[in-house]
Design a protein around this ligand. Structure first.
Ligand code: J10
Length: 270
């Protein structure tokens, strides 16, 4: 997931959810004035800039961070300004000392489902916040994309390339009560006024090409470029077997691919 240009063109689902969730939950967030903000897992920087800043008119400083050097390079080239900067940071790693207790608000959109050491990442988010600061995090629970990856990983053709598939499945994909699990973890770390919601969502792609681009933009597996098209064809074959593809006869035989998934929305204060 290092191709910023592709990601920027094919992240409509992620952008829609970030915007919708911020709109819906803005009332619950205790907003501060002249704030310092961190956006964890900022990717290409477009959500940090276009969405987060809309909700933060009094923002003194916003720092977007991501594990990918290529994404950060792209974000700095395209979106950095006097108040906005981007830096490489692995939220699962050790925090630089100077970042501790630096921020009033921490946001994270569509990142934490890639993180295996959940408690370590959440503790880091807690440590990034000043006393009285808060975090607003959205990430995936159950998502059919992970089922398709698992099915591909069981096939003879792809088992070698996708051998570490479970490294890339959301820790909450198979959970019964992820909201309770996360609330318990956040309270244990020390967060207060914790609210976690597990919310069913749906997104429609209007062509198979759009699905392929969206999958390619987030594909975490290291496979040679020349195998990508074949992998995406096989991905679509499984989506077809899962009966997620419909033809809309009212609209000149338009292809409709519906994906139903569950989003985790978490808020906590320090
Ligand atoms: C940074 O963005 C992400 O992590 C987003 C993810 C993992 C979900 C992207 C959703 C896609 C590609 C749709 C999958 C389509 C299906 C028909 C299952």
């Amino acid at each position: 997931m290092n191709n910023a240009e592709l990601y920027q063109k094919s992240n409509n689902l992620q952008k829609r959810d970030a915007l919708e969730c911020l709109q819906e939950y803005a009332r619950k967030i205790k907003w501060k004035k002249d704030v310092s903000v961190i956006d964890i897992g900022c990717g290409d920087g477009s959500v940090t800039t276009a969405i987060t800043k809309k909700f933060l008119p009094n923002c003194k400083e916003i720092v977007g961070c991501d594990i990918s050097k290529q994404m950060i390079q792209f974000a700095n080239d395209k979106f950095s300004s006097e108040t906005t900067s981007f830096m490489v940071l692995d939220i699962e790693g050790d925090l630089p000392e100077q970042m501790r207790a630096e921020f009033h608000h921490a946001f994270s959109f569509y990142t934490l489902h890639w993180v295996k050491q959940q408690e370590h990442a959440f503790k880091n988010i807690y440590d990034l916040l000043q006393d009285g600061g808060n975090c607003f995090l959205i990430f995936l629970g159950h998502m059919p994309l992970f089922d398709v990856f698992r099915i591909l990983a069981r096939s003879n053709r792809w088992s070698l390339w996708l051998r570490d598939v479970d490294k890339f499945v959301s820790p909450y994909h198979d959970s019964q009560d992820p909201d309770k699990e996360i609330k318990r973890m956040m309270c244990k770390i020390g967060f207060t006024n914790v609210e976690v919601q597990y919310k069913p969502k749906s997104f429609i792609y209007n062509s198979l090409e759009a699905v392929k681009k969206a999958v390619k933009a987030v594909n975490p597996f290291e496979i040679p470029d020349e195998l990508h098209d074949e992998l995406l064809e096989d991905y679509i074959g499984i989506v077809r077997d899962m009966q997620l593809i419909d033809i809309d006869n009212n609209n000149v035989e338009q292809v409709v691919v519906r994906t139903n998934y569950n989003l985790i929305i978490a808020y906590g204060e320090k």
